[in-house]
Design a protein around this ligand. Structure first.
Ligand code: ZN
Ligand code: ZN
Length: 144
């Protein structure tokens, strides 16, 4: 991941109540939305928006420490949320070096590098919203 060494910007984020706070560093990796069944259930909405950051640059900085983790695929994927306010914050595939961050958890979501470039699990998407166009270039990462 050579691009992770060229972007040292630190971004901050957290949950709605503020107990769980974090910072991430490095280049955003594959911003996308996902309309899989898990994302819809967790979000209480038709999709979640994700962006990856290097796991080694992720720090949990709030009074609440790490989120509460729930294994959506036991032993494979866990997802973090605030147990107090319910905000969804992160996802992590065991063994991966990238952590998925819910874009909605970032304090600043305005960067062009945070515009979703694809939509995962289009087949599970609701019929009443248009799909996010696939503008990704290069290899498609594993689904979040
Ligand atoms: Zn919270
Ligand atoms: Zn999903």
């Amino acid at each position: 991941m050579p691009e992770t060494t060229t972007d040292t910007q630190t971004r901050s984020g957290g949950c709605l109540c503020g107990k769980i706070r974090f910072t991430v560093t490095g280049s955003p990796d594959y911003p996308h939305v996902c309309s899989c069944v898990h994302c819809q259930k967790r979000a209480g909405g038709p999709m979640q928006s994700w962006v990856g950051f290097p796991l080694e640059g992720l720090r949990w900085t709030g009074d609440g420490g790490e989120p509460t983790w729930y294994d959506t695929f036991p032993g494979q994927t866990r997802r973090g949320f605030c147990a107090t306010c319910g905000s969804h914050l992160a996802a992590f595939d065991y063994g991966d070096t990238i952590s998925g961050i819910n874009m909605t958890a970032l304090d600043d979501r305005t960067g062009e590098d945070l515009i979703p470039v694809n939509q995962s699990f289009r087949g599970d998407a609701v019929a009443w919203l248009p799909h996010v166009p696939d503008t990704s270039r290069g290899p498609v990462r594993a689904e979040q």
